[in-house]
Every structure is written in structure tokens, then in C-alpha cells.
Write a protein that binds this ligand. Structure first.
Ligand SMILES: Cc1cc2nc3c(=O)[nH]c(=O)nc-3n(C[C@H](O)[C@H](O)[C@H](O)COP(=O)(O)OP(=O)(O)OC[C@H]3O[C@@H](n4cnc5c(N)ncnc54)[C@H](O)[C@@H]3O)c2cc1C
Length: 404
């Protein structure tokens, strides 16, 4: 692990910095003073900014050149994030599309799908959503019940419900995991599809969060017909395709920065009474030690990625630690500033109320800890009672278990 830029990386950093210096005045203000209040205006400004970043090679930079990326490595991607933070400009709008779904289509999609969808996604012209979770399939994602039935003409009909679908309210397309065969064990009977969000039979209903906004949704599919070219990867092989998305999700969330812990900590340290309180000093010390440890773990992971490794379960550790630190730091701010910390126009209200939700997003803490226990520490796996049993028989088994 070498923490210094190589001459090539230093040159790349200079190039990114100079573009951002020249163009940062075009970046939208998306929060705080001067930010527009009309959500459509914010959306349009963020789309346009993503387009500018894509043209400059600063969005989807790790994508291969043939699909509009720059083919750069993970370290260059980190350089872009660092320089954007330094310039104080927002990132791209469609983090889920460019960070997770685009790479899935690059890995498993047909040439037609790549040609049709990737460019518009990268430039923010068409935003995407991830239609995986359902009311009874979150941690146990392979339990999805949304069905896809193949019609005689090769098209497919979708029926079912998804939930927690971020950005579905303005997405043009979604990547949906649906059950295509219930007579085989649950991981083996799912298929991944591309679904236009304006197709007949798709209903999107916003879910309002405690933070005030409705950024994720319930999505209902009632006899939605999609054409035969919508299948991504093999029929009944959707689990493997989904794992690719989850691997990139791990990477996207694991690289997600400190979720403002540093800003929270500065606010606490800036309060003279809080500074004199030994309990607060102790809490701040503990937080900064954890964040420092995770920063070094992050450097090690990025070095491994640069060396060609795929994002492993250790990225889950980064997510658990960063989110927990940020929640603790937010609680400290709320303790010190008092109820005003949650005033609607305050600097911290949004993050303090939004952060606890991140404990579930991208895998809950318990699930990530299980994975780390099993795959990093080599502890015995959790008992899996549904192994080898056809999906269609699982409900009956559950009922038998409940009656016993
Ligand atoms: C901000 C946010 C954005 C999201 N965006 C999307 C999106 O765009 N697309 C999408 O598809 N999904 C999205 N999700 C959903 C997310 O992936 C799920 O919330 C997550 O997988 C957990 O599933 P669940 O909410 O159904 O909880 P459940 O799986 O029902 O879990 C409930 C509780 O039980 C615990 N638990 C479950 N199983 C075990 C076990 N085996 N061992 C120990 N404990 C267990 C969990 O840790 C949790 O505490 C989003 C969620 C959030 C919060």
C-alpha cells in the first residue's frame, strides 16, 4: 500500500482539479442557502450537472471506454471523489444506475442493451432504479415473490410488488429481480429484467420518511408486459446477475465517505461547554479512532482493488462502521445543540433523521456482520433450513414449522 500519488496519478489529479476549478460555478446548489426549493428544478439541475461530469469523463470513469467511461482504476475514481469534495461540488444524481446497475448491464447485458441504455444512463438523461427488495424479501433477497411469466410470443408479464425503491418516482427504467420458476430452490428460479417505469400497469407510490422527503417508493406491477429483449443474463440465472449488482453496491456504499461525521464532530468540538465535558471528549476520541481505523482499512481495500481483486465482504465492515459513527456523531450533536439541531432549516436536521435508515440500506448491520463472520473470520455459517427445497414448497414448510 503506497499512499502517495504516482506521477501518473498526480497528473490525473491535477487534470481533474483544473477541470473542476474551471467548471464548479456550473454545479447546482442542492442544499442550504441558495438551493432551489422546487424538487423538479433540483432534479433538472442535477441531471444537467451529471451530463457535464460525464462529458468531462468524471462520471462512470471506471466504466470501459467503449461504453462512455474512461477505463480508469479504483484509485483514479477515489481521486475524482476527493477532488469533487475539495471543490465543494455535488456528485452525480444517478449513483445507483452508474455505480451499480450500469456495471451489471456491462457484465451481463446483451450488446443491444449496452448500446441502448448505457449512454443515456451515464449522462443522466435516463435515471434508473433497483427493483430488488419486497415486503417479504429484504435481507433474504432470494425470497422474491414478484412473478414473471413467459408469453407465447416470447414477451414476459410481471406481477408483484417491490418496496424501498429509491428514485423510482423519476426513474425511466428499473432493473427488476423476478421469480420465473418456483419449482426449484429459491436461488435458482429468478431472472433479471429491464422494465420501463412508464409501462402500463406500473404504479409508483412514494414513502414519506422522517426526514420529510419521499426518496423511496413502493412499486406495484399489475400485468406489466415487457418484451423478450428485456432479460439480462440467463433465464433462471438472475441470482448471479443480482450478486454482481450487490457487489457493486458494497463498493458504492463502502466508498460513501464519512456521511458527515467530520462535520458533526467539528460542530461538537466547536462548542466550548462541550469541549470542557470529559464524557464528550471521550466520545469524540472514540469516534475519531474508529473513523481513522476504517480509513486505513479503506486504503487497504482500494489497494487490493487496484491489484485486480473484486470488492469482498470487508467493504461491508466499512459501511457498518461509517454509518454507526455518523449516527453516534449525529446523536452527540443533537445532545449538545438540543432540539434546534432538528429545526427544519438547520444544517443537521436532514442528516440526523436520514442516517438511521442507512443502517438498513445495502444490507442491514446484522446481515453484514453475519457475512463478515462467515466469510472474513471463517466462523461457522448460520443454519439454512431452506437449502435444496423448491421455492413453491417453502411456504408449506414455514406453516408446518409454525404449527409444530
Ligand atoms: C435508504 C434506503 C434505500 C433503499 N433503497 C433500495 C433500492 O433502491 N432498491 C431496493 O431493492 N432496496 C432498497 N432498500 C432496501 C434495503 O435493501 C433493505 O431495507 C434491506 O435489504 C433490509 O431488508 P428489510 O428492510 O426487508 O429488513 P428485514 O430483512 O425484514 O430485516 C428486519 C430486521 O431483521 C434482521 N434480520 C433479518 N435476517 C436476519 C438474520 N438472518 N440474522 C440476523 N438478523 C436478521 C435485520 O438485520 C433487521 O434488523 C433501501 C433501504 C433503505 C433504508
Amino acid at each position: 500500500m503506497d499512499l502517495n500519488d504516482t506521477p501518473e496519478q498526480a497528473q490525473y489529479r491535477a487534470q481533474v482539479r483544473s477541470w473542476l476549478e474551471e467548471h464548479k460555478s456550473e454545479a447546482p446548489i442542492i442544499e442550504g442557502e441558495g438551493a432551489p426549493t422546487d424538487p423538479d428544478e433540483i432534479l433538472a439541475a442535477r441531471r444537467a450537472w451529471q451530463g457535464r461530469l460525464a462529458e468531462a469523463g468524471l462520471a462512470g470513469a471506471t466504466w470501459p471506454k467503449e461504453y462512455g467511461g474512461q477505463g480508469v482504476g479504483p484509485i483514479e475514481n477515489v481521486i475524482i471523489s476527493q477532488e469533487m469534495r475539495r471543490a465543494g461540488v455535488p456528485g452525480i444524481l444517478d449513483v445507483i444506475g452508474v455505480g451499480m446497475l450500469g456495471p451489471t448491464i456491462i457484465a451481463h447485458g446483451t450488446d443491444e442493451q449496452k448500446g441502448r441504455f448505457l449512454g443515456a444512463m451515464l449522462h443522466g438523461d435516463e435515471v434508473w432504479c433497483q427493483l430488488f427488495s419486497e415486503p417479504a424479501a429484504g435481507s433474504d433477497l432470494a425470497a422474491v415473490q414478484t412473478r414473471a411469466r413467459r408469453n407465447d410470443d416470447g414477451s414476459w408479464t410481471l406481477n408483484g410488488q417491490k418496496v424501498w425503491t429509491t428514485n423510482a418516482q423519476f426513474a425511466a427504467y428499473g432493473l427488476i429481480l423476478a421469480r420465473t420458476n418456483a419449482d426449484v430452490p429459491k436461488h435458482k428460479g429468478m431472472t433479471m429484467f429491464i422494465v420501463p417505469m412508464d409501462a402500463a400497469g406500473v404504479t409508483v407510490r412514494g414513502l414519506r420518511q422522517i426526514s420529510g422527503e419521499a426518496e423511496f417508493n413502493e412499486v406495484f406491477f399489475d400485468d406489466v408486459t415487457i418484451d423478450s429483449g428485456s432479460v439480462v443474463g440467463p433465464v433462471d440465472g438472475g441470482w448471479g446477475v443480482g450478486l454482481t449488482t450487490l457487489m457493486f453496491e458494497r463498493l458504492t456504499i463502502g466508498m460513501g465517505g464519512g456521511y458527515r461525521s467530520d462535520r458533526f464532530a467539528q460542530a461538537v468540538a466547536g462548542d466550548p461547554a462541550a469541549r470542557r465535558d470529559s464524557g464528550v471528549r471521550h466520545d469524540l476520541g472514540e469516534l475519531s479512532a474508529e473513523l481513522e481505523a476504517i480509513r486505513w482499512t479503506g486504503y487497504r481495500s482500494i489497494s487490493a482493488l487496484q491489484g485486480g481483486q473484486i470488492p469482498g465482504p470487508e467493504f461491508g465492515l466499512a459501511k457498518v462502521t461509517m454509518v454507526n459513527c455518523a449516527v453516534k456523531a449525529g446523536d452527540l450533536v443533537a445532545d449538545i445543540i438540543g432540539p434546534e439541531a432538528l429545526a427544519e432549516d438547520g444544517e443537521f436536521a436532514y442528516m440526523i433523521s436520514f442516517l438511521p435508515g442507512l443502517k438498513s440500506a445495502g444490507g442491514t448491520e446484522e446481515i453484514l456482520r453475519n457475512t463478515i463472520g462467515e466469510r472474513v473470520l471463517g466462523l461457522p455459517p448460520e443454519p439454512r433450513l431452506d437449502k435444496g427445497i423448491p421455492f413453491s414448497e417453502l411456504r408449506a414448510k414455514e406453516k408446518e414449522g409454525a404449527a409444530a
